[in-house]
Design a protein around this ligand. Structure first.
Ligand SMILES: [Zn+2]
Length: 90
């Protein structure tokens, strides 16, 4: 039996390390553009702490991490997604 080793990723806002499943993944997919929790390509991770996702600089940080321009609509979707994600029982 192999032991399950958690995959650790760094939150782009607070720079703390978390288990990947506790983070929201934002990917710049090669074909489909920006995607949440799926897609292939350059990815950035953000933790569920309100301090991080509601950071006024988060869009800038994401743009830098993903090397792309984010539409204002994306930020709305992203905020909606992460707040509902926060409400999931776990
Ligand atoms: Zn964070």
């Amino acid at each position: 039996m192999t032991q399950q080793i958690p995959v650790l990723r760094v939150c782009i806002s607070c720079r703390k390390t978390y288990d990947r499943k506790d983070l929201l993944k934002i990917t710049k997919d090669h074909k489909q553009g920006i995607m949440l929790q799926k897609g292939m390509g350059r990815s950035a991770y953000i933790c569920k702490s309100k301090k991080c996702y509601s950071d006024s600089k988060i869009k800038k940080k994401l743009q830098k991490a993903l090397k792309t321009f984010l539409e204002p609509e994306f930020v709305e979707i992203f905020e909606k997604e992460i707040t509902s994600y926060n409400n999931y029982p776990h």
